[in-house]
Write a protein that binds this ligand. Structure first.
Ligand code: S3P
Length: 175
């Protein structure tokens, strides 16, 4: 049995796109914590932030993650801030092999601001907010991951293949 694969990383790193491809490669089901939060609340992430702020969003995100512990046969893409709570980090490791999908900051910024669906970047100075959040989080991604993949210069298919190779080394089939 292939291990579950959990993708962490900053907004815009391609967790959902690479995750879908990984699901195709492995036969695993693709899940995305942002989608599960949206389904649980019956409204969009910007609406959750507007109604209850970041704390309300984080509370649902944690509940969703706790509910996934024990699941098998999944590739899980997580929201960029899912690694902020220690209890979430523990849940992520219990769910599967944790891969940090990284890329050059300019690429991340360009992708993360293509749409207006990311409340944390809807500020007077999105680049400043982006840089501050990334600076605060880099060490947490590093400490939270079993391995990192820098996807700068490679496409989503290649990133998915490399993550699968690394995940198999990390936790061979059957473990
Ligand atoms: C967030 C990232 C978003 C989403 C929410 C908060 C963050 O997900 O969970 O807007 O704190 O970095 P993506 O990483 O998929 O954009």
């Amino acid at each position: 049995m292939l291990p579950n694969i959990v993708l962490i990383g900053f907004m815009g790193c391609g967790k959902s796109s690479v995750g879908r491809r990984l699901a195709g490669l492995t036969g695993h089901r693709f899940l995305d914590t942002d989608d599960l939060v949206t389904q649980a609340e019956g409204c969009s992430i910007p609406e959750i932030f507007a109604l209850g702020g970041e704390e309300a969003f984080r509370a649902v995100e944690s509940t969703v993650l706790d509910g996934l512990v024990g699941i098998a046969g999944v590739v899980l893409a997580t929201g960029g801030g899912a690694i902020l709570r220690e209890s979430n980090r523990e849940a992520l490791h219990r769910i599967g092999v944790v891969a940090w999908l990284d890329a050059d900051p300019d690429i991340l910024f360009e992708r993360a601001t293509r749409s207006n669906r990311r409340p944390l970047l809807q500020t007077a100075d999105p680049r400043k907010s982006f840089d501050e959040l990334l600076a605060d989080r880099r060490a947490i991604y590093e400490a939270s991951a079993d391995f990192r993949l820098d996807s700068t210069g490679i496409d989503h298919d290649a990133a998915a293949k490399r993550i699968l190779e690394q995940a198999m080394k990390c936790r061979p089939a059957g473990n």
